[in-house]
Structures are given as structure tokens and as C-alpha cells.
Design a protein around this ligand. Structure first.
Ligand SMILES: Cc1cc2nc3c(=O)[nH]c(=O)nc-3n(C[C@H](O)[C@H](O)[C@H](O)COP(=O)(O)OP(=O)(O)OC[C@H]3O[C@@H](n4cnc5c(N)ncnc54)[C@H](O)[C@@H]3O)c2cc1C
Ligand SMILES: NC(=O)C1=CN([C@@H]2O[C@H](COP(=O)(O)OP(=O)(O)OC[C@H]3O[C@@H](n4cnc5c(N)ncnc54)[C@H](OP(=O)(O)O)[C@@H]3O)[C@@H](O)[C@H]2O)C=CC1
Ligand SMILES: O=C(O)C(=O)Cc1c[nH]c2ccccc12
Length: 380
């Protein structure tokens, strides 16, 4: 099959890019390995997930959220928004198509993309002028190789597999990682009567979602350093000194840290209050694991039935993109820094790899579609 643009992945990035191309009548197809679009939101996120950014920052190009949508949407409302987006822009991804290789053919001057059709069991070939990588920064759960992890006798899961604390009632659960996933999963576990301990190894920012909302709004008009100072002041006033609970703040502000390291501030959903009450424990880095016993850096040992790794994600684009050096580094992330991250050297683009969540995705999709239109226009 031959089209102008092949897009790999039907998450928000792939859908937004397809919509922008459809608006310009540029033929495109999306190849998606799952049986649906938005698979991260439908299949790989926990039940109580609400969006942390206000709805104004979580919309895809050219379709605002309705005035009745709450400012901070539950995940089902975002999935309903994706449903509306897909039908509005008449997007029809091809499902059960797991892309296994993409190579640039110098003679044809086209991309040759091979996908395994999970229904027919055959390998199909797609040929296109342009290729868009939209498989996401959160494509695969990352689990660090901790000493003795292979000898742990309890259950081990990644946060992307966690749905709710229902089945963990009465159990001791170690949650590794204090990002948004780890801190919210700890809270959920405690609500369901489990006994969570969360591993914190480095300083991080804890904010309320309203602080982030305010910070993102002010960043449009004021210098980033000023906004960071203001938000840190509010952070200190609201949460106080948390060092006696093992939580320390970075010296640089939350927006600076987000921009430079990609690490998002942790939005407090009630976890801090439970930590203060002792309902959630904070533990330092892990030294070794043996059976159900975990030894921590402070010399203390704990017994755990379950470990939840909320240790983040990695890109999988390098597994299938053979000519990755045109755009990605060895970790499957863009070689170029923001704002030039989205474009590669040989008719290749990546959408959704800016580390800026849904607002970054919307910007990438518009930039990619405009660029493809320009390149096609120059050829005529
Ligand atoms: C739990 C969680 C909550 C989040 N909440 C927010 C939030 O509130 N606000 C925000 O701005 N950002 C949030 N993010 C960040 C993230 O930017 C968005 O969630 C968004 O879904 C990313 O969209 P994407 O399309 O780039 O990737 P994804 O949504 O991951 O979509 C990628 C798609 O590619 C498919 N795919 C992967 N490999 C292949 C292959 N080889 N062949 C074919 N298809 C393939 C996958 O099945 C998937 O459907 C969250 C992330 C997580 C993990
Ligand atoms: N409602 C929402 O909007 C939600 C949004 N998200 C977003 O999804 C993305 C992914 O979030 P998340 O899944 O939390 O992942 P993150 O990458 O944000 O956080 C990973 C955490 O794991 C820790 N970690 C990594 N390796 C180790 C290790 N070997 N030992 C101990 N700790 C370790 C990191 O600590 P360190 O800092 O020390 O490296 C960090 O605290 C983020 O952008 C986040 O904001 C996630 C959940 C909900
Ligand atoms: O949910 C995330 O981590 C995101 O990447 C969304 C996001 C974009 N810019 C931000 C600034 C502060 C906190 C979250 C985000």
C-alpha cells in the first residue's frame, strides 16, 4: 500500500497529526498495534486517573473542550474527547498493525514500513514519502535492575499494569518511584487498606494542580524564573518543610526542572497528608532484596508482598526504526533539543517526544503537518 504519510501509533500524537494532515487533504494512514486508539488511556493507566493539567492545556489542534467539561478532567472525559476528535476529523487507524521495521530506501526515496497484521498473521508492507513516529515517550514500562530483584518472592508489577488497590487490601506494598504515578498509586493503595511504602531517592517538587495551572498560565506572560520563584514560594507555604518525612525540594524551580530534565513536578492528590499521618511510609533507596525482605540505605529492613515499579517509561521506537539515526538517539528519543526535536533529516518526524505532555503534542502535530505541506508544495 502506498500513501503520502505513514504515522506509527494512534495515541493523541498520531491522532492529532492525522487530523492536521486531513485538514490539508494530505493522504495518511495510522498503523496501531492495539485494537483501539488512545490505548495508554484505555488500557495502561490506573482507574482513578484524572488529568493534572487544566483542560485548556490538554486539547488537540482545532477542537477545544466543551464549556461543560470540568477544568481537571477524569480520564473517561479525555477518552470521550478522543472519540469526538476521531469522528470529527474522520480518522480511521488500521488496528492490529504492529510496526516491526522502517527503512529509508535511497533509490525509491521513500520509507518502507513493515507491520505484522495481528489478525491475518501476515507481514504487510507500506510505502510512503514521509514517516511520523508517534509511538510515545511512555511506550514501555522501565524496571531498574535492582540487586536481588530476581529473588523477590512476591508479586512484581509496573505502574502501567496497576488498576486499583482493591486486590492488595491488608498487604505490604513497596512502591518504587515518587513521580506522579508512584505517589498517586501509594495514595490509592492506602485508600484500599493496603500498607504502602514509597521509595524516594532524590529531591523533587510537590505542587497542587492549581499551582501548576497558575504557573502554566503565567508562563505565557512572565519570565520563567519569576514564575518558578512564585510557585516555589506557594509550594513552601502550602506544604511546609517535608524533610523530616524524607522529602526534599530541588534548589531549582519546578518549571526549570521540567524543561531541563523532563521530570514533572509531582501533583499532590492527598498523598502528603497520608505521609504526615503515617498511613504511607517514605523509605530511602533499596540496597538488596532477598525473598520478601528488602534492605534500605538507612540500614532498615522491610517485608513486602508486592513491589510496584513506578519508575517511569522508555521509548520503543528504536526497536523498529532501523534508520533511527536520522532523528533519534540511542534511547529512542529525539537527537535535537526542543523546539527543534520534531524534525529529522530524511522525511521523518516525531510527534509527542518533547517531554511537554499534551500541550507539546498539539504543537508537534501542527508543526509536522505544516512542514509536510511545505515540502509537498515545493515539489509542485
Ligand atoms: C499515566 C499517565 C498519565 C498521563 N497524564 C497526562 C496528563 O494528564 N496531561 C498530559 O499532558 N500528559 C499526560 N501524560 C503524558 C503523555 O504525554 C500523554 O499521556 C499522551 O498519551 C502521550 O501520547 P502519545 O500519542 O505520544 O503516546 P501514547 O498515548 O503512548 O500512544 C502511542 C501509541 O503507539 C502505539 N504503538 C507503540 N508501538 C507501536 C508499534 N511498533 N506499532 C504500532 N503501534 C505502536 C501504542 O499502542 C499506542 O497506542 C500521561 C502519561 C501517563 C503514562
Ligand atoms: N494524572 C496525570 O496527569 C499523570 C501524569 N503522569 C505523567 O506520566 C509521566 C510518567 O510518570 P511516572 O510514571 O510517575 O514516571 P516518572 O519518570 O515521572 O518518575 C519516575 C520515578 O521513579 C524514580 N526512579 C527511577 N528509577 C529508580 C530507581 N532505580 N530507584 C528508585 N527510584 C527510581 C524516579 O526517581 P528520580 O527522580 O530519583 O530519578 C522518579 O521518582 C510523567 O510525565 C507524569 O507527569 C503520570 C501519572 C499521572
Ligand atoms: O503530565 C506530565 O508530566 C506532562 O508532561 C504535562 C506537563 C506539561 N508541562 C508541565 C508542567 C508542569 C507539570 C506537568 C506538565
Amino acid at each position: 500500500m502506498e500513501v503520502v504519510v505513514v504515522i506509527v501509533g494512534a495515541g493523541p500524537s498520531g491522532l492529532a497529526t492525522s487530523a492536521c494532515l486531513n485538514q490539508k487533504s494530505i493522504s495518511n494512514i495510522i498503523l496501531e498495534k492495539e485494537d483501539c486508539y488512545g490505548s495508554l488511556w484505555r488500557k495502561r493507566s490506573y482507574d482513578r486517573l484524572n488529568l493534572h493539567l487544566g483542560k485548556h492545556f490538554c486539547q488537540l489542534p482545532s477542537l477545544p473542550h466543551s464549556s461543560t467539561t470540568p477544568t481537571f478532567m477524569p480520564k473517561h472525559a479525555f477518552i470521550e474527547y478522543l472519540d469526538a476528535y476521531v469522528s470529527h476529523y474522520n480518522i480511521n487507524p488500521l488496528y492490529y498493525r504492529c510496526v516491526q521495521s522502517a527503512l529509508y530506501d535511497d533509490t525509491l526515496r521513500k520509507w518502507v514500513v513493515q507491520a505484522k497484521n495481528g489478525l491475518a498473521g501476515e507481514t504487510e508492507t507500506y510505502i510512503s514519502e514521509f514517516l511520523v513516529i508517534a509511538t510515545g515517550e511512555n511506550s514501555e514500562g522501565y524496571i531498574p535492575k535492582l540487586p536481588g530483584l530476581d529473588r523477590f518472592s512476591g508479586e512484581v508489577i509496573h505502574s502501567s499494569e496497576y488498576k486499583s488497590g482493591r486486590k492488595y487490601q491488608g498487604m505490604n506494598v513497596m512502591v518504587v518511584g515518587c513521580g506522579n504515578s508512584g505517589m498517586e498509586i501509594s495514595y490509592d493503595l492506602s485508600n484500599f487498606g493496603a500498607f504502602p511504602s514509597v521509595v524516594v531517592r532524590n529531591p523533587f517538587h510537590v505542587l497542587t494542580k492549581h499551582m501548576v495551572y497558575m504557573g502554566m498560565f503565567l508562563s505565557k506572560y512572565l519570565p520563567a524564573t519569576f514564575v518558578d520563584h512564585l510557585i516555589m514560594l506557594l509550594e513552601k507555604l502550602h506544604f511546609g518543610d517535608l524533610s523530616k518525612y524524607g522529602i526534599r525540594r530541588p534548589t531549582r524551580g519546578p518549571f526549570f526542572v521540567k524543561n531541563v530534565t523532563g521530570r514533572s513536578p509531582t501533583i499532590d492528590v492527598g498523598t502528603i497528608s497520608k505521609i504526615r499521618k503515617g498511613e504511607i511510609k517514605v523509605v530511602p533507596n533499596i540496597v538488596t532484596i532477598e525473598g520478601k525482605t528488602v534492605a534500605f540505605e538507612n540500614g532498615i529492613h522491610g517485608q513486602f508482598d508486592v513491589i510496584v515499579f513506578a519508575t517511569g517509561y522508555k521509548s520503543t521506537a528504536r526497536y523498529w526504526l532501523k534508520d533511527y539515526q536520522f532523528i533519534l538517539d540511542d534511547d529512542g528519543m529525539p537527537q535535537n533539543k526542543w523546539p527543534n526535536h520534531w524534525k529529522g533529516s530524511t522525511a521523518i518526524y516525531c510527534a509527542g517526544f518533547s517531554g511537554k505532555g499534551l500541550p507539546g503534542i498539539a504543537q508537534d502535530a501542527v508543526a509536522i503537518a505544516n512542514d509536510i505541506e511545505k515540502v509537498l508544495g515545493n515539489k509542485e
